[in-house]
Design a protein around this ligand. Structure first.
Ligand code: SAH
Ligand code: SF4
Length: 344
């Protein structure tokens, strides 16, 4: 059981307070002190009675966070933060700046089980799921250096939907008006596409934005570059997405990493247009970011533009995402890349 109070949603704290014979407002003190005032110790929540604070401690509850190990600045304004967890596992988070707005890319697992061939994190050994506290604390630690975070993208290390409950608890905590109060439309979950969890998400009371790491217009290519495609076909994924959209009516972002000759030809774009026709989507074309041992090369700028134009001409809203945070290995798919180099 996760005894860290920082992992508990507001509703869970209400239940906990009630189980201890406390009034509901004590839960509000607990939540605001932990998630707004960054209390690091139960004893610091002074509006609670001494007896209740002692009971929580006696019952084994704590408030703990993650430790900042390193901070790397890229000349383009991107900052990468390296954190150590209580069991020495390491994770990374990345702050991106868009004008005055801060976006934070956070991790959900130490390593990743999905093993996509083009992703550095996928080459690391999977260690474990992060707790909700370890997920939200990335934001609290980064805010100490960068000020308010406006947007959160679950696009760091790990597969968010493979850690569904803790990820959704963290979304609830970040969104809560008694905590950081980050608008749900400013929170994006990115997934390699797990159909069952996508269905589960569609009926969740919280509806963050959804991004799908598609990366291929057909199963043959997808299977070659993403292990998850052997388990879940594009047909299954598209069926789950149609059902998600019929329930939520929300637009879905499709992420498509441009890999030289593998998936970047005009005939691939045409196949992609046919695949996406039944859905309301926009497409982000991402330049492939290299890492040591990556078996693929980045598409040329011309190839990326040609691909984008083909999609745009078919009426699909398409944006090209060029590399950011290159010098510090903070770009998409590079998290954990420096540890891979250490391994060699
Ligand atoms: N596991 C989730 C979220 C983390 S990956 C997912 O796969 O969606 C965040 C994004 O970076 C995904 O779209 C992923 O496919 C992409 N990505 C992974 N490796 C990359 C690389 N080497 N270059 C560019 N993008 C990459
Ligand atoms: Fe995991 Fe996402 Fe990387 Fe695939 S792209 S290995 S799902 S983090």
């Amino acid at each position: 059981m996760d005894n860290n109070l920082k992992s508990k949603t507001y509703d869970e704290l209400i239940e906990l307070a009630a189980a201890c014979g406390q009034k509901a407002f004590t839960a509000k003190y607990l939540f605001t002190f932990i998630h707004q005032k960054d209390a690091a110790d139960i004893q610091d929540i002074t509006p609670l009675s001494k007896a209740f604070r002692q009971k929580l401690t006696d019952d084994g509850y704590t408030i703990s966070g993650i430790e900042l190990l390193e901070k790397h600045d890229d000349p383009d304004g991107t900052i990468k933060f390296v954190f150590e967890l209580a069991d020495s596992a390491r994770i990374e988070a990345v702050r991106l700046k868009d004008g005055k707005r801060n976006t934070l890319c956070i991790s959900t697992q130490a390593g990743c089980r999905m093993g996509c061939k083009f992703c550095a994190t996928g080459q690391l050994k999977f260690q474990r799921n992060l707790t909700a506290a370890e997920i939200v604390d990335q934001l609290y630690q980064v805010e100490k250096y960068c000020g308010k975070i406006h947007n959160v993208v679950y696009m760091g290390m790990g597969e968010p939907l493979d850690n569904f409950d803790n990820v959704m608890a963290s979304v609830s905590i970040l969104n809560d008006e008694n905590g950081r109060n980050i608008g749900i439309r400013h929170i994006t979950l990115s997934t390699c596409g797990l159909p069952q969890q996508i269905r589960q998400l569609s009926t969740s009371p919280l509806q963050p934005r959804l991004a799908i790491s598609l990366h291929a217009p057909n199963d043959t290519i997808r299977k070659e570059i993403m292990r998850v495609a052997a388990k879940h076909s594009l047909h299954d994924l598209m069926t789950a997405l149609k059902s998600y959209q019929s329930v939520t009516n929300k637009r879905i972002t499709m992420e498509y990493c441009m890999i030289d000759t593998i998936n970047d030809q005009v005939h691939h774009a045409k196949e992609l247009i046919r695949l996406l026709r039944p859905l309301k989507v926009n497409v982000n074309l991402i330049e492939l970011n290299p890492f040591a041992g990556c078996p693929y090369a980045t598409s040329s700028n011309n190839q990326i533009r040609r691909f984008a134009q083909t999609l745009t001409d078919a009426g699909i809203e398409t944006v090209i995402r060029f590399k950011r945070g290159q010098t510090i290995k903070a770009a998409c798919g590079q998290l954990g890349a420096t540890w891979l180099k250490d391994k060699e």
